[in-house]
Write a protein that binds this ligand. Structure first.
Ligand SMILES: [Zn+2]
Ligand SMILES: [Zn+2]
Length: 351
C-alpha cells in the first residue's frame, strides 16, 4: 500500500491543484477504497466556487467528490463483521450519519441531528475528504456492493440515481400521475426515470438547450423554458389543469416559482435543487389551492433500491455520461462541466 496518493485539492475557491497527499487510514467500521470512477456533480461545482461559505466545505484546502465507485483496498477494525472484504466492488454515497439520533433511528439519516459533529456525522466530499483522489475512506454505512453487471462508471452514478429516486418518492407519485420536472440536468433526467418507475402516466421535462434535447431523446415530453412561459405551456399540455406532481430539480428562483405555478389544485411539489438565494413563494395560492411543497435531501435508503433498476435499464445512468477525463485533468473536466455549450451532462473522472 502506498503512503501517498494523487488528489484534487481545492486550495481556496476556484484554485485547483492536483497534489500528492497522504493516503488516509480507515478507522473503526471504515474501509479504504481505491476509487475507480468519480463523477462531477453540480454540488461539486458550487462547492469549488465557494458558494456555501463555512459550510460545504467548512474550510479550505479541501478534497471534494462524493459520487464514486471503486474497490476496497483495506479494512478498518470491525468492517469485516459487516461482510466487507478487500477487493469488493462498491459504490459510495456521502451521508455517514450517527445512527443513533431520532431521525437516524426512524430511517431519515439524511436529516441526522448530529450533522457535521466531529466523530458523530460526516458527509464525504462536503464536510470531510471526498473521492476526487486515488483512495478514499468511507464508513461501512456509506458503501454498497456493486452487482457484477454494473461497471464502475455505473457505480459512480448510483448516488445521483438514489437522489433522483428519493425526490420521486418525496413527490408521492402514484400510478397514472402527470409529473412535470423543472431542470434537465442529471438529477432531472434521472428523476424522469424515477417518476416512470413509480408509475407516472406522463413525464414533462422543462428545461432548455442540449439537456432538453436529451430529455426528448429519452422519450419524455418537453417544454422549452427559453421559448416563452413554461407554466402556461405545462397547463396547455394538461388541458389547463396543471401537473399532479412537480419535481423541482434546478434550484434557481425562477424554476421554483414555475414549479409551484404549474401544479394542479391540490398538487405536490418536491424540491431537490438547492437555491443559493432566498425565493419568494406565492403563499396565497399555496394556501387556497392546498398545494404541497416538500424538500428532498440527498437520499435515505435508496442506494440498494436503485441498483436493480440500473441493471434493468429503467434508471438510465449510462445515457447521462457525455465526457471522461483523468483526475490529473480535473480543471479541464470542471470547465467542460460548467460550459453550457459543451454538451456535458455527466462527466466521469478516473483517478
Ligand atoms: Zn452529487
Ligand atoms: Zn443521526
Amino acid at each position: 500500500m502506498p503512503t501517498t496518493m494523487q488528489a484534487l485539492v481545492v486550495r481556496e475557491p476556484n484554485v485547483l491543484e492536483i497534489s500528492e497527499v497522504p493516503v488516509p487510514e480507515p478507522g473503526p467500521n471504515e474501509v479504504l477504497a481505491r476509487v475507480r470512477a468519480v463523477s462531477i456533480c453540480g454540488t461539486d461545482a458550487h462547492l469549488i466556487r465557494g458558494d456555501y461559505p463555512n459550510f460545504w466545505p467548512p474550510a479550505f484546502p479541501f478534497i471534494p467528490g462524493h459520487e464514486w465507485a471503486g474497490e476496497i483496498a483495506a479494512l478498518g477494525p470491525g468492517a469485516e463483521r459487516f461482510g466487507f472484504a478487500v477487493g469488493d466492488r462498491v459504490a459510495g454515497t456521502s451521508h455517514d450519519a450517527c445512527g443513533v439520533c431520532r431521525e437516524c433511528v426512524e430511517g431519515r439519516y439524511n436529516l441526522c441531528e448530529n450533522y457535521g459533529r466531529e466523530g458523530l456525522h460526516r458527509q464525504y466530499g462536503h464536510n470531510v475528504q471526498g473521492a476526487d483522489a486515488t483512495y478514499v475512506v468511507h464508513g461501512v454505512k456509506c458503501i454498497f456492493p456493486l452487482p457484477d453487471a454494473l461497471t464502475f462508471e455505473d457505480g459512480a452514478l448510483i448516488d445521483p440515481a438514489s437522489i433522483a429516486l428519493h425526490v420521486a418518492n418525496r413527490g408521492n407519485i402514484t400510478p397514472g400521475d402527470t409529473v412535470a420536472i423543472t431542470g434537465a440536468g442529471t438529477i432531472g433526467l434521472l428523476a424522469g426515470d424515477a417518476a416512470l418507475i413509480r408509475g407516472a402516466g406522463r413525464v414533462i421535462v422543462v428545461g432548455r438547450g442540449y439537456r432538453l434535447d436529451k430529455a426528448a431523446a429519452l422519450g419524455f415530453e418537453t417544454v422549452d423554458s427559453g421559448a416563452g412561459d413554461p407554466v402556461g405551456a405545462v397547463r396547455e399540455l394538461t388541458g389547463g389543469s396543471g401537473a399532479d406532481v412537480v419535481l423541482e430539480c434546478a434550484g434557481v428562483p425562477d424554476t421554483v416559482q414555475w414549479a409551484l405555478g404549474m401544479l394542479r389544485r391540490g398538487g405536490r411539489c418536491a424540491a431537490v435543487g438547492i437555491p443559493t438565494v432566498g425565493v419568494e413563494i406565492a403563499m396565497q395560492r399555496l394556501v387556497l389551492d392546498e398545494l404541497e411543497l416538500v424538500g428532498s435531501r440527498a437520499s435515505a435508503g435508496e442506494m440498494r433500491r436503485v441498483m436493480p433498476l440500473v441493471e434493468q435499464g429503467r434508471m438510465r445512468v449510462r445515457e447521462m455520461v457525455t465526457h471522461r477525463f483523468a483526475l490529473a485533468d480535473y480543471a479541464e473536466a470542471l470547465a467542460t462541466f460548467n460550459d453550457r455549450a459543451s454538451g456535458a451532462i455527466k462527466i466521469i473522472v478516473t483517478p
